[in-house]
Design a binder for this molecule. Structure first.
Ligand code: 13P
Ligand code: SF4
Length: 326
């Protein structure tokens, strides 16, 4: 029997979305959304109250596709800055609102455009594959964009004679190398939240739920991914848990994901994978969006994503290549 140091409590996560009636703010958001011909796009990590009233809830790839296809006049993006920016790049003529402009991403911050520009200067033949969690300036310096949902497919499409630099997530990059057998140079970035899962925290959880498959996001470290039955994007987590006969799953990603899983698969149970020191794992950036901020931005049309045309043009090419390749 393994001996593990005591850790934080392990929780079956149940959201109560079905029991709640809509709050005043939620009803007002729905009314304004209709009045202003706005679409509400929401990432799987948002709070339950926002997920409940969104037109679409999904992963980065699904959200980019929705943004590319919508005919709404206003896109309200409940996610983080790089996601709203991607929606603006795909819809320069539309207003794209983000309830809190401070909602950034540690991965995106780990790859400043100036550093990547310098790398490119020193390595002019390099082929840059950029994970979508990066700034528009970094996208503009890249050859193709990928998300966790299509990274393997995208890297497999890169011409074989080209040397690849994968930015900014070394953990996703390392996982993709294993899946594709393609050697890549990895930018040393990581997600501050996903690296909080540890081998020990997952093993402790498995002692309590020995029959539950472990589902991990590829941004987790390799020592954690190695313990997983499935490594995938947040969207694929839903289909994996739906198709797998097990009733209980251990989920290693941001806690907001549990709302989506509980809503879509109410007959199954989801255990929020604990980190080394906490029972849940919230991304502080994702959780900056709140109902009052969402209502305010719909009322006022602020804050809106502003970008210059030249940057939009340059950043759009690698995003369009991704959409064509996947
Ligand atoms: P997904 O595209 O898998 O939803 O991941 C986005 C993200 O930011 C993970 O931390
Ligand atoms: Fe960025 Fe990590 Fe938050 Fe995803 S969970 S938005 S990668 S900081």
């Amino acid at each position: 029997m393994a001996t593990l140091a005591p850790g934080p409590p392990i929780q079956i996560f149940k959201s109560k979305s079905e029991e709640k009636t809509l709050s005043f703010d939620q009803k007002e958001i729905l009314r304004l959304k209709k009045e202003k011909n706005a679409i509400l796009l929401c990432h799987n990590y948002q709070i339950d109250a926002i997920q409940q009233i969104s037109d679409y809830v999904g992963d980065s790839l699904g959200l980019a596709r929705q943004a590319a296809e919508t005919d709404a006049e206003i896109i309200v993006f409940c996610g983080v800055h790089f996601m709203a920016e991607t929606a603006k790049i795909l819809n320069p003529g539309k207003t794209v609102l983000l309830p809190d402009m401070e909602a950034g991403c540690s991965l995106s911050d780990s790859c400043p455009a100036e550093k990547l520009a310098l790398y490119r200067e020193k390595n002019p033949d390099i082929y840059v594959v950029a994970y979508v969690n990066c700034s528009a300036e970094v996208k503009a310096l890249s050859d193709v964009i990928c998300t966790s949902g299509n990274a393997v497919q995208i890297v497999n499409r890169v011409p074989e004679d080209r040397e690849i630099l994968f930015v900014p997530d070394q953990n996703l990059g390392q996982w993709v190398m294993g899946q594709t057998n393609r050697k890549m140079n990895l930018w040393p970035g990581s997600c501050y939240a996903h690296v909080l899962f540890t081998q020990e925290s997952v093993e402790r959880c498995r002692l309590e739920y020995p029959n539950a498959p472990v589902v991990a996001h590829p941004e987790c470290m390799d020592s954690v991914r190695d313990l997983a039955d499935e490594v995938c994007s947040t969207e694929k987590m839903v289909s994996f848990c739906r198709d797998n006969p097990s009733e209980t799953f251990i989920i290693l990603t941001e806690t907001g994901m549990m709302h989506r899983l509980n809503r879509e698969l109410p007959d199954k149970s989801f255990v929020a994978g604990p980190t080394g020191h906490c029972a849940c794992n919230d991304c502080r950036f994702m959780k900056m969006n709140t109902l009052p901020k969402l209502l305010e931005c719909l009322r006022t049309g602020n804050p809106a994503i502003e970008m210059n045309e030249d940057l939009i043009r340059k950043a759009k090419l690698p995003i369009e290549r991704m959409l064509a390749w996947s």
